[in-house]
Design a protein around this ligand. Sequence first.
Ligand code: ATP
Ligand code: MG
Length: 506
Amino acid sequence: MEEKKFGHIDVYKLIFESSTEGILVCNKEGEIKMVNESITRIFGYEKEELIDNKIEILLPNEYKKSHVRNRDGYAKRPERKQMGAGRDLFGLKKNGDKFPIEISLNHMTIEGEFFVMALLTDITTRKNQEIAIHDLNAELELKVDERTKKLKENQVLFSLIAKNFPNGIICVLNKELKFTFAEGEELTKSGIKSKFLLEKSYLDSFNKENRKEVEEKLAKAFRGEVVSFEINKRSSVYQAHVVPLIYETDSEVSQILIVENNVTKIKSIEEKMKQSLQKEKELSELKSQFVSMASHEFRTPLSTILSSISLIEKYDQLGNDEKKKSHFEKVKKNIRNLTSMLNDTLTISRIEEKMIEVNLEVVNIHKLLAEVIAETDGLKGENRDIIINFAGEENLKLDQKIMKVVLANVLSNALKYSDKDVVVEVAGTKEELAISVADKGIGIPEVAQAKLFDRFYRAENAANIQGTGLGLNIVKSYISLLEGELTFKSRENVGTTIFIKIPITN
Ligand code: ATP
Ligand code: MG
């Protein structure tokens, strides 16, 4: 493109005058020789007021002196440069106002004379904007600082809450089921640093059987569900609530929150309550069984007693002492039966209510057996024997009262349900006492064998023989109290052997 040719003086003048930047030309002595329109607008002087005046007229007082020095220096080593070098420069208006200014310097020589040309820009607006931006930045920074502080405070608060989360653990897991956060009183108490858990797998604390189940539950939470479940860890029971925490997309969860509560204590209280409720139920069953038993079982002996007493009255009038005596015996026997029935019931409820304590003392098993046999003598009659075979230790640490009740019951059964000899074998060692009682009596029908130790249970073939079905139930309870064993072997019409084994503790 060809450059357009102008009458060049006119073009430069036009540029000079219409420039929005102020243009000013000084000579070596600092006298203003030329200014454009913008200079007069910026400084508020008329052109005539400036021409031939010293340049310092446009400077605030504090810069005037040094400017004269700088001006001389520049004249000696002129260069094209931006004035001020990092400092803010100021100009002085005719009305005395100081304002920020930007100056760039150039020099020229016209017809042998040295001139300095300055380009001036009033930067008040820009400076104001800069200040505004600076202020805004400062304000923003303050806000950020405050936010950060609040955030930190919240973090401290949250971490404090998490650390002291009672009886449990709060943790966050990532998709690999690794901890990204873990805190809680359970950790603090057990001395496990939460740092130690980071990056470890949540599944590590579960045994193989539980692991799969837990994994399935957690997978649900990663699908966006809220899940609750009970878990066993290190011999404690925990109630766990799991919720999705951070979503990667609308449906994809990347982190889940688990809140675990140790409910072992609550569980054991619950269990104890259940047990005592069950005991309560059993006791009340026992009581109602007793009431129905009493109404049945007491009726016969009581009416026997009543009729015997009326007969005694009658035989007394008739003076028949023989008959009188036999009826007195009947009354006595029936009262004994009633008393033993009441005693049995009382014993059962005492065992049930755990009111019986085991008192161990050294007992001579010989002597004990002799005492028991003496008490059951009435059942034996005259034409048969109780054969006793002893082996081993005689003096053993036992609960005398309990042993007496046990042996009396078993022996009385053998005598009641047979009419032949009864064989008792006793073998004592330092660790164990083994006793068996064998008879050749009516035996126990197979259908009855499973229920033999049930309370009030009586086999059909025993219906005509006096009894309440409490004896073996008491024996069984006592033997389990002693942590022993009670078993039997029996065939109907052949006979029965009862086996008892009791551990001896020293
Ligand atoms: P009690 O409460 O007076 O002892 P019981 O003898 O009927 O009455 P258990 O001693 O508990 O009650 O015995 C329960 C049942 O077991 C008996 O009714 C009887 O049917 C059967 N039984 C127990 N011992 C023998 C035995 N040696 N021979 C045959 N049956 C027996
Ligand atoms: Mg019995």
